[in-house]
Design a protein. Sequence first.
Length: 113
Amino acid sequence: MSKIKSKKTEERELDNIWKKKVKDRDNWTCQICYRNMRNTPKSCNAHHILPKLMKRMRWDVKNGITLCPNHHSLGIFSAHQNAIWFFGWMNTNKKEQLNHCIDCLSKHGKTIK
């Protein structure tokens, strides 16, 4: 008899699949400083460009980027500590990926001004 999974358990499993796909795509390397974290996988972070609360984008691999702890949340120049800097960095270095996220927002009536 199979056990029915809770919605939270399913979301956690999908989150883990999404994280692995993002990290594999980026070769387990911080896309800002190019630090490879394959040998230290717990220090490797898959970051949502648009918040995962935006359900339509939550498991879109193009809405993810691999970052080291410093560029994810610890440093002054990190996605969580300095969102304006991160947006500018994305616009300069990952424009196609950022535009994909912005286009998805636009299709659902959301805008970035």
